[in-house]
Design a protein around this ligand. Structure first.
Ligand code: GH3
Ligand code: MG
Ligand code: MG
Ligand code: MG
Length: 338
C-alpha cells in the first residue's frame, strides 16, 4: 500500500511509496500525520496506471490518499486508517470491487462512501454494484474533473453522516444524564444496574445498592428558596462523585434522591464507604448572603448476593425499605435491608 498527499502538508512520504499490507498493519500509529479536517481516501486498483491516474487527479485536493493493489490491502488500510471514502476498481485479483463493497457494509457501522471505478458499462452490472453497497460509480477511462466532483459529493455525504453520528451520541448521553447535577439519571442507573446484576449473577459477586435521600429537604426549599435547594443537591452530587470509584456508579433517581451502587466489596466495606459519604456531606457548609446552612442525608442499603430475585426493582425496593427505617430512626444515618 502506498500513501500520497498534496505537498506542503505533514506526510510520511513525499512520493507514492509501496508498502505491503503486513508492514503497514504493524507500523506505528504515527504513520500518517493528518490534521482533523483532512479527508482520508482508500483507492484500490490492481492497475498501476489507474492508481497513478487517480493519484494525479486527487493530489489536486487536500486529501490523504492511501493506495491498495488489491482488496485485501484495501481492507487492511481501512482497518488501520478509517477512511471516509473508498474508490475501488471492479476487477481485482483477490476480492472484487463488489465483494469489497459487501464486506465494508457488513463490517463497518459508521458510514463509508464507496465509488466503484469500472470498465463495465452494462447497466445490469452497475445495478449489481449499487445493490452490493456502492454509492456511486465512474466508468474507465474516467474524466478527472468528474472524479474530483464525485469525491467531493462523497465527502459531503460522509461528513453529514459523521455529524449526525456525533449528535446522536450526544443525545444518547443527554438522555442518560441528569441536567441539574450532571450525574447519571434514573434510566442510566437502571441500565447499569441491570448489566451489573447479570454480571453479579454469572460471576457470583455481590452488588450493593444504596439510596440516599436528603433530610427535611422541603424545609430547605421553603426556608431558603429553590435555588439554594438546587445548590445543596449539586453539592451532594459532588460528594458522591468524589467517593465513587470507576467500577461503581452514583446517580440521581429523582428529586432529592440519589443512588450509589457498589460491587466487589463486602458489607463492612460498603458501610465504610457510605458512612464516609454521610459524614462528608454532614460536614459541608453552604454559605450564602452572610448565612451558613447545613444539611444531612439518610441512606438505605440492599444487596444482591446471588440468592434474591435479580431485578433492579427488587433491589431498589429493599434499599427503599431500609431508607424508610433510617428516616424513622432519626435521619442522618445508614441502615441495611434485613
Ligand atoms: P425527609 O427527610 O422525610 O426526606 O423529608 P423531605 O422534606 O426531604 O422530603 P419530601 O419528600 O417531603 O420533600 C422533598 C422535596 O424535594 C420536595 C421537592 O420540592 C424537593 N425537590 C425535588 N426536586 C427538586 C429539585 O430539583 N430542586 C429543588 N430545589 N428541590 C427539589
Ligand atoms: Mg482491475
Ligand atoms: Mg424523598
Ligand atoms: Mg428527603
Amino acid at each position: 500500500m502506498s500513501v500520497s498527499q498534496k505537498s506542503g502538508r505533514p506526510m510520511v512520504s513525499p512520493k507514492t511509496r509501496r508498502l505491503s499490507a503486513r508492514q503497514d498493519a504493524t507500523a506505528g500509529t504515527g504513520t500518517i500525520l493528518a490534521t482533523p479536517e483532512q479527508f482520508k481516501i482508500v483507492v484500490a486498483d490492481d492497475s498501476r496506471i489507474y492508481r497513478s491516474l487517480v493519484e494525479t487527479t486527487l493530489v489536486q485536493e487536500d486529501y490523504i490518499v492511501l493506495f491498495a493493489e488489491n482488496g485485501r490491502e484495501a481492507l487492511a488500510a481501512m482497518a488501520k486508517h478509517h477512511p471516509c471514502l473508498v474508490v475501488s476498481d471492479w476487477e481485482m485479483p483477490d476480492i472484487s470491487g463488489i465483494e469489497l463493497c459487501k464486506k465494508i457494509r457488513q463490517d463497518y457501522e459508521s458510514y463509508v462512501h464507496i465509488i466503484l471505478l469500472t470498465s463495465n458499462t452494462k447497466k445490469d452490472q452497475i445495478v449489481e454494484g449499487l445493490a452490493a453497497g456502492a454509492d456511486d460509480y465512474l466508468t474507465k477511462p474516467f474524466h478527472p474533473g468528474e472524479l474530483l466532483a464525485r469525491v467531493a459529493v462523497g465527502r459531503r455525504v460522509a461528513e453529514l453522516h459523521r455529524q449526525i453520528q456525533a449528535k446522536n451520541l450526544l443525545l444518547e448521553e443527554l438522555a442518560q444524564t441528569d441536567s441539574l447535577t450532571g450525574l447519571p439519571n434514573r434510566r442510566a442507573i437502571e441500565d447499569w444496574t441491570k448489566r451489573e446484576l447479570s454480571g453479579a449473577e454469572r460471576h457470583g459477586f455481590e452488588l450493593w445498592v444504596a439510596i440516599a435521600d436528603l433530610d427535611h429537604f422541603k424545609r430547605i426549599n421553603d426556608t431558603y428558596g429553590h435555588e439554594v435547594g438546587d445548590m445543596v443537591l449539586k453539592r451532594f452530587a459532588g460528594v458522591l462523585r468524589r467517593n465513587t470509584r470507576a467500577s461503581n456508579l452514583c446517580g440521581r433517581i429523582g428529586g432529592e434522591e440519589f443512588v450509589i451502587a457498589l460491587s466487589h466489596v463486602d458489607r463492612a466495606g460498603v458501610e465504610t464507604a457510605i458512612e464516609r459519604i454521610r459524614l462528608q456531606f454532614e460536614a459541608e457548609e453552604f454559605s450564602f448572603g452572610g448565612r451558613v446552612l447545613k444539611a444531612t442525608a439518610s441512606f438505605g442499603i440492599a444487596a444482591f448476593q446471588g440468592s434474591l430475585d435479580p431485578s433492579p426493582d427488587t433491589l431498589l425496593r429493599n434499599a427503599d425499605a431500609a431508607l424508610y427505617r433510617a428516616k424513622h430512626e432519626g435521619r442522618n444515618r445508614v441502615e441495611f435491608s434485613s
